[in-house]
Design a protein around this ligand. Structure first.
Ligand code: CP
Length: 320
């Protein structure tokens, strides 16, 4: 595997899930693969789960993980081509990326969307430069438009906890005080469309995700109707994707607290289990009683981030 970006990169989903469960059962069985190998994890943005789970996955495989916090403990990096570098950025990605590549065998990159220029974000400029200039396999650790390690962990969690062969999975928008990227809902939609589930997306009008990610999913604007009979509720905020009105890209169009997932919403589901990628704003995205209920899977879901990262790194090591 040369890059991990979209669901297609993992190949057959049933095989990937089987491998994930084997890795989870016996995490140190492939320690020989990473001996004398190094992964550099480049963070342009904050993280708790991705940073720790990626390091843990690398250690389970016998690799040396090195974390670089760009703008924190390195030179500030210029990402635009053709600019006069007379500001506070001391080094250009064009040099930094091949240098980072020369120090390691695999690279992971977190680089969030800027949410001001849709074309630039959806062009995945930073991640694509890493793929082009590093000479190394590259993992998206949440880039401008996708968060595949999260979506793979979500799928593993659904597979482990489903109570019927083809569950109904509902992804719902929920309010948040800040404008957030679309990477998590984009990837979740992409992965659910590829999985054997009945997938429904619900959000207020104006929050339509990019059609490339929505695929054949059913979109239902009535949240309560969408929740009826659901087996899993996946809550997430996202800012306006700018599909119907590009001028609204990255904006907050609603803070309607009626969309907060609470007991009233869960009551119309099929005793649904609750998922969220974390970090979560309590009583904005989800009420305390729902996230603290026995049907909440947020902690095992986060724990599966090690498993998804480890399967991806294992496959990359096997193909070096
Ligand atoms: N879900 C997730 O990616 O968490 P972090 O932002 O803490 O890494």
């Amino acid at each position: 595997m040369r890059s991990f970006f979209h669901v297609q990169d993992i190949g057959n989903l049933d095989e990937a899930l089987k491998e994930a469960l084997e890795v989870k059962k016996n995490p140190f069985a492939w320690k020989h693969l990473g001996t004398d190998k190094t992964i550099i994890l480049v963070f342009f943005n904050n993280s708790l789960r991705t940073r720790l789970s990626s390091q843990k996955a690398a250690l389970n495989l016998g690799m040396n993980p090195i974390v670089l916090n760009v703008n924190g403990d390195s030179w500030k990096l210029e990402t635009e081509m053709g600019v006069v570098m007379d500001g506070d950025k001391s080094e250009h990605l064009r040099e930094a990326i091949p240098v980072i590549g020369s120090f390691c065998d695999i690279i992971g990159v977190r680089s969030f969307a800027g949410l001001t220029d849709r074309e630039k974000d959806y062009g995945e400029e930073i991640l694509r430069q890493f793929i082009e200039y590093s000479g190394r396999p590259v993992i998206s650790l949440e880039s401008a438009t996708v968060h595949p390690c999260q979506a793979f962990a979500d799928l593993i969690t659904i597979e482990e906890h489903k109570e019927k062969k083809r569950p109904k999975v509902v992804m719902t928008w929920a309010p948040h005080p800040r404008a957030l990227p679309q990477a998590v809902p984009n990837s979740f939609a992409e992965w659910m469309n590829a999985a054997d589930v009945d997938f429904v997306i619900t959000h207020p009008e104006g929050y339509e995700l990019d059609p490339r990610f929505v695929g054949d999913a059913k979109v239902e604007y009535n949240q309560m109707k969408a929740f009826e009979g659901a087996d899993f509720i996946y809550a997430k905020n996202w800012s306006c994707p700018g599909v119907s009105n590009p001028a609204d890209y990255g904006k907050i169009l609603s803070k309607d607290m009626g969309w907060t997932v609470d007991a009233k919403h869960m009551a119309v589901t099929n005793n649904a289990q609750f998922l969220h990628c974390l970090p979560v704003r309590r009583n904005m995205i989800v009420s305390d009683e729902v996230i603290d209920s026995p049907r909440s899977l947020v902690i095992p879901e986060a724990a599966n981030r090690v498993v998804s990262a480890q399967v991806v790194m294992k496959r990359m090591l096997e193909s070096l």
